[in-house]
Design a protein around this ligand. Sequence first.
Ligand code: ADP
Ligand code: MG
Length: 619
Amino acid sequence: MADIIQLLPDHVANQIAAGEVVQRPASVVKELLENSIDAGSDTIKLIIKDAGKTLIQVIDNGKGMTATDARLSFERHATSKIRSAEDLFSLNTKGFRGEALASIAAIAHVELKTKQEQEELGTRIEIEGSTIKNQDVTVTPKGTSLSVKNLFFNIPARRNFLKSNNVELRHIIDEFHRVALAHPDIVFVMYHNGSESFNLPKSNYRQRVVNIFGGKTNEKLVPVEEETEVLKISGFVGKPEFAKRTKNEQFFFVNNRFIKSAYLNHAINSAYEGLVKDGSYPSYFLNLTVDPKTIDINIHPTKTEIKFDDEHTLYAILRSSVKHSLGQFNIAPVLDFDRDKNLDTPYDYKNKNAPTPTVEVDRTFNPFQEEKTTSKSGHHSSPYRKESATQWESLYVGLESKGTKTERSFSEIEFESEPENASLFSEDKSVETSQTTYQLHNKYIISTIKSGMMILDQHRAHQRILYEGFLKHLTVKEAVSQQLLFPLALEFSQTEMELLVQLKEDLEHTGFVFSSFDNTTIEITGVPINVPESEVSIILEQLISDVEQEVPDSNFSATDLLAKSMSKSLAIKTGQSLTKIEQEHLVNSLFACKEPSVSPTNRVTFITMSVDDFDKKFM
Ligand code: ADP
Ligand code: MG
């Protein structure tokens, strides 16, 4: 029988290898930036067009390559970084596999220009799909410029698989952040479609974090420093009250390399135990330095996972140093999650206006007439007030909650919000008031129905109600906003701002009013009618996080996402106790919805059990 095994031609092997190294434009960005760092550059520029689909270019001022090296660099397993397997255990470069350039050149149009300092002229090489198209001598500054155009031009399936520009750009920026955070001593500049997205000067670590994540970050950082025999930790963790709805600000670097480690992440979370609410994630920017011999970074081709020899020890040290820092900066006592529920505004008052005080004048009163009555307690009652005590009190009915409530109502009166929208739940108050409801474990509302009983999840049900309300406002575009007494300024990072800009118009349709929308700050002068001012930043953060996680493919609708996200943020939570009236409103409003049976995220909102079901159970 004939032999059937063949050696794959190089370009095929390279294409296959490329699949592992290059998943998306961001992978190219990572490899190129890392090569520039390994080349000893102190200024690195990243130029992106169309989220990397058209162009990814990295220009550095590192040591450059000779003409021979330039040619060789595109060969598979061509690396200047290790010579023997031994070297793997004392690695201090980012790359070592010698695969990146070969892989990239197999699936894109690549142009390399490079020159070493002492040379007059440099080398220019053009490659398309592993084939060298051109090599010549060129005038170019010291360092290397590598352009990658038309990524996946020869693998249409991969190209089609790429996500929207938003998503791909998000991945690129993530990689850029990771590399830039690990090297504050290097200048990084990034351009996207001709405009500068980041310009990070050489700085200390704290400044680098602030330059990337925005000015507001500075006040929330708590330094962590620890040095033991096996591990050195330096960096910052975020104060618990600034914990975010997203995991975007969680960074571990091991020996200057970004890594992901669920185990170490757990160590941090456990240091924050009791300090952050569920669903919030503390920020951290931590550099761990360990002996390279005690780690194995070789276990994953894209090298973000890592194996430590002694994970348990690292866990313990990390946890206790973070705890120590949080304690030292007196962070724990500031928080009070155990606030008294009774002080909160009752749920059904939230949407009500305070009654406007009325002054009643006794027109028959004549000061010269002899007084007919004296007060029972013996002293004179004020002639200007009739039945003072009872009337006075009646003015405050509905306001017997804490101070903030009074302020809110005041601002509503001041700006005359429309009562129609103010009370989501009071519309059909009259309907079925005889129905009985019962709240179970502050989570479910049980209500009797003709056939038996209905159990409703309060959080999901309220989400559905709010969601339909927001959708209506968004589509009809006539939401009413409630003006804030003082404008609210909120700061966001550049990436967050990019998303917010896209959502601005929709946010306005829900009732937000923005007075300014600049680089990293937005100023809000009005909010949707049901939104308490204190919730605004949480809502926007949640929204950003939801948009980031959503994969904006064909059926992506900003309107829908916004309505979903806001209803998620604002819906009454599990654990909240509701009065009878609130419970009934919830039930009635749910059934006034177009689609009462599922939450906006398609979860069941209620179940029913018939008397028959019960009968069966009692057999
Ligand atoms: P690795 O980084 O794993 O060695 P690469 O394929 O990324 O493999 O790069 C191959 C070789 O090309 C590197 O070892 C290095 O010698 C050279 N090289 C790549 N990029 C640059 C650069 N920006 N400046 C100087 N040399 C570079
Ligand atoms: Mg490399």
